[in-house]
Design a protein. Sequence first.
Length: 302
Amino acid sequence: MARIELKSAEELRWMREAGLVVASIHEALRAAVAPGITTRELDEVSAAAIADSGATSNFLGYYDYPATVCISVNDVIVHGIPGDTELAAGDIVSFDCGAYVERRGRQWHGDAAFSVIVGDSFLSDEEFASGVRASGSLPGVDDNVLRERRQLDALTRESLWAALAALATGKRISAVGSAVEEVVARHGEINGWEAGIVEEFVGHGIGTSMHMPPDVLNYRVRGIQARLKPGMVLAVEPMLVRGDIASITDDDEWTVRTADGLDAAHWEHSIAITEDGVSVLTARDSGAAGLAPYGVTPVCLD
Ligand code: MF3
Ligand code: CO
């Protein structure tokens, strides 16, 4: 297994700075999402938030990726490129973005993603953790489609927090896959349909680059995985789909969609493992609200 970068306490504070930039981009995007806005306009919102923070986009120019954020609408699982697409009420949309700060001649990266249903008010982590869920109809949106999109979004969000909490209490990186599978199975019973866990794209280590060892799988596999160690930072990012996990990539060589055309959701945070516990670097409150239902109190690095 390739070497996993272990960060010092000082380096974790720099990664927290990058994480807070990502939190700010997310806040700006959430405030701007509305029916009729184009995904290109939302990329401009993201670019402005990064510039305001004095940080640099790690997406723009990554293998020639042309924007600061991936915006993935409905059947797009990941890597949707901002453009002329106008968001409509009821769309399930994920926003994945990141930034780095430069300290002592090296880059320190943050990476996180969230999903929204356009037209629903965004639930804070406090609200989500205490069980608040969107309800009611949206104009022009089929109630059954809307119900399943809300279920898909909520179970993906819950699977992320369950996985982050499992890293606080678990011994190995495999805690993530076990937690995601448990949430998916439980919601399958509740909802009467079971989400698919995308396997082609996985989480990753993060630090002086955006993508580093180890892979962080969202599903169980045979074989032993790396032991969690203080100084590790992982980007945990479950991608769940309404139907089959098979995907296809558009001619733009980025946009990844479900082959069956059914919906997808994506949630991600970067999380540090420390001597004293975990810290969710890309959550403004270090993950306090999201982890509370699991009895986990995060370390605050601010
Ligand atoms: N941030 C994505 C991930 O979560 C990767 C995006 S690649 C980019 O790992 F080119 F779109 F930036
Ligand atoms: Co990532």
